[in-house]
Every structure is written in C-alpha cells, then in structure tokens.
Design a protein around this ligand. Sequence first.
Ligand SMILES: Nc1ncnc2c1ncn2[C@@H]1O[C@H](COP(=O)(O)OP(=O)(O)O)[C@@H](O)[C@H]1O
Ligand SMILES: [Mg+2]
Length: 236
Amino acid sequence: MRSITIKDIKDPSYEMSEAMNVLRTNVSYSGEGVKLIAITSVDENAGKSLISFEMMRNYANAGMKTLLIDADLRKSVFAARYGATSDDGLALVGLADVLSGKGEINDAVYKTNIPNAYVLPVGNYVLNPTPLFSGKIFTAMLDVLKKAFDFIIIDTPPLGRVIDAAIISKNCNGAIIVVSANEVDYRQVNEAKNQLLRVGANVLGCVLNKVGSESSRYGGKYKYSKYYKYNSEYRY
Ligand SMILES: Nc1ncnc2c1ncn2[C@@H]1O[C@H](COP(=O)(O)OP(=O)(O)O)[C@@H](O)[C@H]1O
Ligand SMILES: [Mg+2]
C-alpha cells in the first residue's frame, strides 16, 4: 500500500476532541452497523472538510481502522491544507481516477502517518464528476472498502450547489449535515435534509459548527471559542 505523510497537523484543542468524542458516541448510537457516513452541508465553508478530518483522527485514535474519502472532486482542500504528499514522490492517484476507470483502488488508498488513519484523496481533476457517483464502480468500491475498514467518512461538496452529496449519501449508512451557526437559515437546512430524504439517505443529524463568537483563550488564533457542538435537538 502506498503512503502519505500529512505534515501540517496540530493536536486538536480540548474542545474539539471532546466534541468529536460526543459525535462518535452519538453516531454509534444512531443505529446498528453505521460504518460509512457522508459529511454534507448546505453551502461551502460550513466546516465539512475540517470535521471530516477531525472525525478521521478521532476514530483512528479510538483504535478503529478509519478511512477518509475526499469526494469533493470540485474543490478539494485536503492535500493543500494538510501538506499531504505521497511518500513515493509520485502524483496522488485518487477517487476521480478510480471512478473513471483510470486507476486502481489499491493505488488510491493511502496509509498515513497517523496510526489507523487512511485516506482516499481526490486524484486527478475530472470535468463533470456527478455521473461518476451514479455509476456501478462507486458502489462496488464502497462494498470493498466497507470490508477493509472499521469506519469510513466521506467528505462531500455542498448540497446547495450540486447533487453529488445526495447521491453519495444514498450509498452510505448515514449522512450528517454540518450547519454553520448564524450563516445559514433553518429553511435552507430543512431543504438540504429533504433533498437527502428524497434520495433515500439516512439523515443522522446535524453538527452545529462555529458556535460562539468571542475570541478564544488560545490567543485569539481561532475565531470561535467553542468549536463544535453536536446538537441533538436537530436529530430527525
Ligand atoms: N469551528 C471552526 N472554527 C474555526 N474555523 C473553522 C471552524 N470550522 C471551519 N472553520 C474554517 O472555515 C473554513 C471552511 O472550512 P471547511 O472545512 O473547508 O468547509 P467546507 O468543507 O464545508 O467548505 C476553513 O478555513 C476552516 O478552517
Ligand atoms: Mg470542503
């Protein structure tokens, strides 16, 4: 298996670790056999990619063999944000390559320098990714991966922009909607939820992100003092 070194990682804050622990507990109580989940939101910048990454770390730390799939084939941030490069120096083969039949899944799943954490990056740019998620390769790939991993998190593009996240969610055991506090209104969240329900996805609930606004005790480095809150009132 190829490997990736994730260079730019800091330890999660106490608040973040705690919120991720709560989230992991809530997901584990959300139903038998929930091991493949999609992280969605109404629009971009809600925090999907951040939460997907932190969930991967949290599950991996808890001893579960965890895979993060970057399925935002339109605007991936993973490699740039975390300074992730392939240890063999070759270009990263990824999801787009596998789904378009140009790459093998065995070359696209990478072991990382975080114990128990694996990633399937986006790979090479494709023009119109939506049909790739409706194809047989995608479901067959997920079946294979479900057997190989204890838990799989799929980071997706925004539901309010493209249909990809709904199609992806339909093929998962559950979907979580990341809601950026004060940045999105209830009707939009409700519409995103209904969109997921229409395709038959199992909506597990919401993560209320960017809660609070006073500068934090971490020297104002982060805008938000309370990073994540899993809002159980939002469960459907
Ligand atoms: N709780 C948070 N506290 C501080 N910054 C956050 C928080 N959640 C997200 N961000 C920041 O907001 C930006 C968008 O987050 P990202 O995870 O890329 O969103 P998305 O994947 O939904 O587009 C990033 O710069 C990220 O670091
Ligand atoms: Mg993102």
